[in-house]
Design a protein around this ligand. Structure first.
Ligand SMILES: Cc1ncc(COP(=O)(O)OP(=O)(O)O)c(N)n1
Ligand SMILES: Cc1ncsc1CCOP(=O)(O)O
Ligand SMILES: [Mg+2]
Length: 734
């Protein structure tokens, strides 16, 4: 199993020599892997150790890394094979086989250790194990099967679903599984289907495997983000609907009160299901009342029965029953984004949850996309002592991220020091992104964690990515921290000022409308546009005196630019938080390749061959676009791509209208086809849609994001000027 690459359990072949018949196991396995089997388990209850070793060597050669490879029961055989350099990825153990802890210790952290589990007692035992001990669970039998005569009682697909819903580990369904079960098992949250006879006894194992693989793919849920949930979907364009599931803090600084303020301050629509009532103020918590878990479940169902939820933020959950109710609801509703703030340790250091609740909270982790523990909570999740240095915090975050398959926001705020580091740790994708900022000296820190996690949940929807969401949420929280003491709330640790960024002189500064932003941005580059009009290149284009070889050089550079620009547009499509914008940017990327390169083709020959190396201005422009995507996510990227539409459309229409000289109106003009392309009404429509799309995002973004978008927009306009200026300048043909 390649570290950092998620294990594909979708089509799981368990071998049976008897059922393979004369073809032999090796031939069936080779065919089945070619057909789409993703993991193979050698299961031979009768082979001696030596015989098993021979089979292992042969199957490892046949599989050749095209699928994962494990052995049933025999940890000793895996170890013996590894000593001989035979590639075996792990072992599958039954309840009575070698202990999983022994297997994990012997095979190391990257091996596959599968475990049979069919009952809640089995799951309870698994939950006691250190994170990362078990890779997946084999759950069955679905129905009676003659292949394993001592099989446990049949669960049926519903029984399987209950087991799968009660654990955060991937579950493979096994026992009497046929092709007709695949779709329903996938909908029951199976991580894969394990079969013996359906493939081993098939006349064509490769075709049988392909049918299972196709059936599995066809049953895939909506285009998925992250952990198999649908991409964030919006109702009113641009208003993220965010649900907080947390406790109530009547003093308004933390809990659902802080969540609703944070969600609203960042442009979302906040909802709240109350998991606990507290009597508290800025000096501490006096008492906690926990309504029955069933009532929380009713609140959650009432919301999800009626409202599409874009993101969920989970805060204080006081006991195991409440946690289990949330887990069950999450598995049924599967919100697109789940942020878990694991409230487990009080500021005083007191543990807030009993052991049952702590264990239940661990089972919640794999259902979340991001978990935001403080230092003490991280240590509890990593089952170790609190780190005292930043490197230790990051290391523990990696352990939790890898163990539970969840992103971890490692927070260094409780460390000493002049700066406050945070890190977004994603062991599944092997990325760590660090953020830093000067420490803000204030006593108004109550509810900081709650506010940050609900802000991230909201911004993950509106900005379309985790990194920009964390980056922007941190910027907003720092502004809120800076102004918290102005509220003069309480004598203890007061709350942050959630609306500090929006209040000005006593009134809420309203966000600008899309048309106000459009006018502001177009005005922002008025001087640049005037300079473009006066460039020799543009004057020569207008009156037709531009030397042909200069125009050819410009076209060659433009062809190179457009080839990369189309990739940037495709990235905008990938980052787009909702389908219409995703489709629009994808169409623009396609048009950029088809229409404009075709135009260049008429003059430059095969567009597939890049005739020139990009000059300095071309390279600088493309570097800026790529950096915008990497740094700022969707919002910043679409602001950066806009000038290419807007400036060309404006210039093309004014040229063709004769505004820069009558010559450009003549059909005899030497560059009439170029003018016609950029003066084309269809390009004007596309440009208008691009402007509207960007302005809608800008108008609903926070002032900080809008500022970054404008800077990216202006930088691109400067690049457009430089691009035109480079051509027809002396020496431009070097
Ligand atoms: C993927 C998978 N799930 C369950 C089993 C059954 O294993 P076990 O309980 O050890 O029974 P035997 O296979 O040993 O009879 C499995 N092998 N694979
Ligand atoms: C190995 C094993 N473990 C539980 S059922 C089973 C055999 C499943 O065989 P089939 O896929 O033919 O039902
Ligand atoms: Mg076994």
């Amino acid at each position: 199993m390649t570290p950092g690459h998620p294990l594909d359990l979708s089509v799981y072949l368990v071998t049976d020599a008897g059922l393979c018949g004369e073809r032999g196991v090796a031939d069936v396995v080779s065919e089945a892997v070619a057909g789409g089997v993703s993991i193979v388990q050698l299961r031979d209850k009768h082979a001696t150790s030596e015989q098993l070793l021979v089979q292992l060597a042969e199957l490892a050669r046949v599989i050749d890394g095209r699928a994962a490879f494990v052995v049933n029961d025999r940890l000793d055989a895996v170890l013996a094979a590894r000593r001989r350099g035979i590639r075996v990825d792990g072992v599958h153990l039954g309840q009575g086989d070698a202990a999983v802890l022994e297997a994990r210790a012997a095979l190391g952290p990257d091996a596959i250790v599968g475990l049979t589990a069919n009952t809640p007692a089995h799951l309870a035992a698994v939950a006691e194990l250190p994170p990362g001990t078990v890779t997946y669970l084999g759950v069955g039998v679905i129905r009676p099967t003659p292949t394993k005569l001592d099989h446990p009682p049949a669960l049926g697909i519903d029984g399987f679903a209950e087991i799968a819903a009660a654990t955060g580990l991937p579950c493979v369904a096994i026992g009497g599984v046929g092709l007709a079960d695949v779709a329903e098992l996938r909908r029951a949250d199976a991580a894969g289907v394990a079969v013996v006879s359906a493939i081993c006894a098939a006349p064509d194992p490769s075709a049988a495997a392909r049918e299972f693989a196709d059936g599995w793919a066809a049953a895939a849920p909506m285009p998925t983000g992250g952990r198999g949930r649908a991409e964030p979907v919006k109702g009113m364009p641009g208003v993220p609907r965010v649900l907080s599931i947390a406790g109530s803090d009547p003093s308004g600084g933390a809990g659902i009160q802080a969540d609703l303020k944070s969600i609203s301050a960042l442009g979302g629509y906040g909802m709240a299901a109350i998991a606990a009532l507290t009597a508290q103020n800025t000096r501490g918590v006096r008492s906690v009342h926990v309504p029955p878990a069933a009532f929380l479940a009713e609140q959650l169902d009432a919301i999800s029965d009626d409202i599409d939820i874009d993101a969920v933020k989970i805060g204080m959950l006081a006991n195991a029953d409440v946690i289990d109710a949330v887990a069950s609801w999450l598995r049924r509703v599967r919100p697109p984004v789940v942020v878990l703030d694991p409230v487990m340790v009080a500021t005083s250091g007191d543990r807030l949850l009993d052991l049952d609740a702590e264990r239940a909270l661990r089972s919640l982790l794999p259902l979340a996309d991001l978990v935001t523990p403080n230092i003490a909570e991280l240590a509890v999740l990593a089952e170790t002592e609190p780190a005292t240095a930043w490197t230790g915090i990051v290391a523990q975050a990696e352990v939790v991220s890898a163990g539970y398959g969840v992103r971890v926001l490692a927070k260094g705020g409780h460390l000493d020091g002049a700066t406050v580091p945070d890190a977004l740790v994603d062991a599944v994708n092997a990325t760590i992104v660090e953020f830093s900022g000067d420490r803000i000296e204030t006593t108004a820190t109550h509810g900081t964690g709650c506010s940050l996690s609900s802000a991230i949940a909201t911004l993950r929807i509106s900005l379309g990515g985790w990194e920009p969401a964390v980056d922007e949420a941190r910027r907003w929280l720092r502004e809120s921290l800076r102004h918290g003491e102005e509220l003069h709330v309480g004598g203890g640790h007061g709350p942050v000022h959630h609306f500090a960024g929006l209040w000005s002189r006593g009134g809420i500064a309203t966000a600008p409308t899309a048309s106000e932003v459009e006018a502001a941005w177009w005005g922002e580059i008025a001087e640049l546009r005037a300079r473009i009009d006066s460039l020799p290149f543009v004057r020569g284009l207008a009156d037709g005196t531009l030397p042909p070889d200069v125009f050819e050089e410009y076209l060659a550079q433009d062809a190179h630019y457009l080839r990369s620009y189309s990739r940037v547009l495709a990235e905008a499509s990938r980052l787009a938080p909702e389908a219409p914008e995703q489709a629009f940017w994808a169409a623009c990327a396609q048009h950029c390749l088809d229409g404009e390169l075709e135009h260049h083709h008429d003059r430059l020959g095969d567009p597939g061959v890049d005739p020139v190396r990009p000059n300095a201005v071309n390279t600088a422009y493309l570097d800026h676009l790529v950096a915008s995507a990497a740094r700022g996510g969707y919002a910043e990227l679409i602001a950066a791509v806009l000038p290419c539409f807007w400036i060309y459309d404006d210039l093309g229409r004014r040229l063709i209208a004769g505004d820069l000289g009558p010559a450009a109106r003549s059909p005899e003009h030497p560059y009439a086809d170029w003018l016609a392309m950029y003066g084309d009404p269809a390009f004007e429509i596309t440009t208008r849609q691009a402007i509207d799309t960007v302005m809608a995002v800008a108008s609903r973004s926070t002032p900080e994001v809008r500022g970054r978008m404008l800077r990216a927009f202006r930088r691109s306009a400067e690049c457009e000027l430089a691009f035109f200026a480079f051509h027809a300048a002396p020496g431009c043909r070097t």
